[in-house]
Write a protein that binds this ligand. Structure first.
Ligand code: PLP
Length: 356
């Protein structure tokens, strides 16, 4: 593989003189901070948040580097993975010129991000077994292809993608391969984060929004080579991760054991719910899931979706997506919520089919 990062980065980002914040220019210890036009009196609401946050989230990155067994310089943090996705576009893809490849059905933000940034989207749909169509991907690649987006485990299908396929793409593609591992903690698959050393073109996305239970904090993580991260740091807003998020993330990262227990509990509930739903009449398929959701195929899925709404239960109707006709994506809830869902589904099936 012939990978030259200088050919991938947008030329204006290569030459960009990045914003230098007050915190960039002075990093030592001082008692009198009169450099950033902050309010030195604090806020009448709370005294603590009058200072700008660390622009590079050093403490959180150190902790995360230890957990992930990578270097802190290989980590970029975004206001959710969604910000990482946008920054990747703005760093590496030239509007109106470059293209990217997505493998639908998959997480829609890759497509939305490309459209926002005026990047051409090429599509290599997953095969009917929801695995990558590597030959199709290879056919689509041209000199302007900058990113191939791979979501594993995939949203909304729930399955992990074949590792050998991902490695084949990493080995042959001259651009960036982004492996979005938002759901990796729910799967038994090995993360690609430990493979950065083997692939200079690899970018791994993870998030605190799923297994860590902190979607409201908005903290997405991007792991890649030091040089890729340096370019992304040039593009990000200076203080993109606020102090509260950094503090809470640091506390959360101390609780790996507790989080692992919770993940195990969610996985047990997922497997139990999958079995119950699969045994219900009319249900055609509950697809194997490596995530905290199930994709369920059932006739008249959109009617079921609307019925569940009338019962105060919101799931996601994915029926309009490729290879997903009549399919609902259902997040694993609490024990009580799962029971409510099953009861409502059973009632609807009875109404819609048996008595209908
Ligand atoms: C595959 C995938 N990536 C990223 C995200 C967004 O993550 P974040 O909350 O960190 O923006 C989601 C959210 O549903 C997702 O499914």
């Amino acid at each position: 593989m012939n990978f030259d990062l200088k050919k991938i980065v947008r030329p204006n980002i290569e030459t960009l003189k990045a914003y230098s914040s007050a915190k960039d220019e002075y990093t030592g210890e001082a008692n009198v901070l009169l450099d950033a036009n902050e309010n030195s009196l604090g806020s009448p609401l709370t005294k603590w948040y009058n200072r700008y946050p660390d622009p590079y989230q050093k403490k959180v990155k150190e902790k995360l580097a230890f957990i992930k067994q990578i270097n802190a310089e290989q980590i970029f943090m975004g206001n959710g993975s969604d910000e990482c996705i946008d920054i990747l576009y703005r760093t590496f893809c030239e509007p109106g010129k470059d293209n990217i490849i997505i493998c639908p059905p998959t997480y829609p933000m890759y497509e939305v991000g490309a459209n926002i940034n005026n990047i051409e989207i090429k599509s290599a749909p997953l095969l009917p077994n929801f695995q990558l169509n590597v030959a199709h991907i290879e056919q689509l690649v041209n000199e302007h292809t900058k990113i191939i987006w791979i979501c594993s485990p995939n949203n909304p299908t729930g399955n992990s993608l074949d590792r050998i396929d991902i490695e084949t793409i990493l080995n042959h593609f001259h651009g960036l391969v982004v492996v979005d591992e938002a759901y990796i903690n729910f799967s038994k698959q090995k993360s690609f984060a430990q493979s950065l050393i083997d692939y200079p073109n690899l970018v791994v996305l993870q998030t605190l929004s799923k297994a860590w239970g902190l979607a409201g904090l908005r903290l997405g993580m991007c792991f890649a080579s030091n040089t890729i991260i340096k370019y992304m740091n040039k593009v990000k807003p200076p203080y993109n991760i606020n102090i509260v998020t950094q503090e809470l993330a640091l506390t959360a990262l101390e609780e790996v054991g507790q989080v692992n227990d919770m993940i195990a509990h969610l996985v047990d509930m997922r497997n139990a719910l999958a079995e119950v739903i699969a045994s219900m009449p009319q249900v055609q398929e509950v697809y194997p899931s490596d995530t905290n959701f199930l994709l369920v195929k059932i006739p008249k899925a959109t009617e079921l979706y609307r019925y569940l709404l009338t019962q105060g239960i919101v799931v996601r109707d994915r029926s309009s997506l490729e290879n997903c006709s009549d399919s609902l994506r259902i997040t694993i809830g609490t024990e009580q919520e799962n029971t409510q869902l099953v009861d409502a589904m059973a009632k609807w099936i009875d109404l819609a089919f048996v008595n209908g």
